[in-house]
Design a protein around this ligand. Structure first.
Ligand SMILES: [Zn+2]
Length: 51
């Protein structure tokens, strides 16, 4: 499995999502349930921020 480069930069108040269907990554400050491109399932890749 190739090393995944740093994901697209997101603002601090945004979450990084990756589509499980097409692999597209996107940032959103809203909770997304589906990929806007293919409507595939989105996985939230953002880690919880340390308090
Ligand atoms: Zn997709």
């Amino acid at each position: 499995m190739p090393t995944v480069p740093d994901p697209a930069p997101c603002n601090q108040d945004e979450q990084l999502y990756e589509c499980l269907e097409c692999g597209k990554r996107l940032c959103s400050s809203e909770s997304l349930a589906a990929c806007p491109g293919c409507e595939g399932t989105l996985q939230n890749l953002s880690r919880p921020r340390p308090e």
